[in-house]
Design a protein around this ligand. Sequence first.
Ligand code: SF4
Ligand code: SF4
Length: 320
Amino acid sequence: MVALIEPPVETFRVGLLITEQCNVACSHCWFSSGPDRMARMDLEEALGYIDQAREIPTVEWISFTGGEPFLLPEMLVRLVGYASGRGFRTECVTNCFWAETMEAAEKMLRRLADEGLDVINISADDFHQRHIPFDRVRNCYTAARRLGLKIVIMCATARSSRLRIGEVAKRLGDDGIRVVGDGAPVGEAAALAVETGFVPAGRGAGIPEEEWLVGSGSLEGPCKAVLRDVAIAPSGAVLPCCSAAGLVEAAWVGNAKRGRLRSLIEAAARRKLFKVLSTDGPLGLQRLLGPRRRETYVNRCHLCYEVLTDPRLRRGLSSL
Ligand code: SF4
Ligand code: SF4
């Protein structure tokens, strides 16, 4: 029996996918970004979404992501300044391709820091470093430290990955990096580092199953990100989270070009689909369906994607 307690929706972050384009095409990318994905958000639209986010009192953060948002540096600087000026905390996600030298890294990050940037979120792992020299990650990291930015390092891993989070921290040579989940206190950390098994969805679905890091995260419990950490794509589609559920159109929250973000999220919060995800998580959805399609999953987001794309759920998804 699935409990359907109505949780308060406390959206804390709105991610703007300012471009679907990326300079590289990592094999694990669930969003399937790459050089040929040309969709971009208009500047005026992005500014409008930031204004809309102000209508939701619980939103503290605006995250600029993609694709690779540093492909649009002038727009990024403008948006960070606009969001910071309206009281938001801001984050930029990047693969660091642009940090070719220390000087280039400092110049770019100083512009963003001067506009009020709070957090730089750096991707570093084997998937990314097949395309991007690690020196650029180091340049970006070192420049961010010098400028006093908060740093998050995200490391996506497969079974055969060598560049796992411990190795990333070692190569950066900073004792202040704290790996989230390793039991160490993170209070005074210079940087937080998070390792997750890649989700085999989108382009990542093409990676052989032997490489999946099965069991790298718990399947139990509610999803704390759904409708709380939403994202807006260049099409205006409002994605329910920043993970693979965003690939399932029937699980979209609505379109921010046609409705106000706040009303869309409030309406979505009344849908059974999101109530179940918020209270019982993807396992709750799975129980509505009956037997699992697979025995094993990488983590909760993998299970979620599998359930949302299960033909048994898909048939009734728009009414859920
Ligand atoms: S994972 Fe990140 S860096 Fe890699 S293709 Fe996707 S958006 Fe680009
Ligand atoms: S469990 Fe589902 S809804 Fe929650 S973050 Fe993962 S993919 Fe998104």
